[in-house]
Ligand binder design. Sequence first.
Ligand SMILES: [Zn+2]
Ligand SMILES: [Zn+2]
Length: 89
Amino acid sequence: MIGDDGVERCVFCGAEAAGPCASCRRSVCGDCCTLTEGGAKTWAICLDCDRKGGRSLAGAWSGFGIWLVGILVALGALVALLEWLWPTR
Ligand SMILES: [Zn+2]
Ligand SMILES: [Zn+2]
């Protein structure tokens, strides 16, 4: 047997880990992580955190969409109100 003391194992597949996940610090191998280029440093993000990150990003975008729709509805209501108060003809 190979003495694997001190060898980090990937938490997903058990292969030799390439490094820790930048988010949760669990060891992952090259196959079970996504590399994210952020500035000068390349981050390894495990599949779990990648999924969670994708979800939270989608949530942020849908929140932005709702906010934008809210502004448009408010503007539309304001225009309708002005039109009602001061008809153009
Ligand atoms: Zn793996
Ligand atoms: Zn992670």
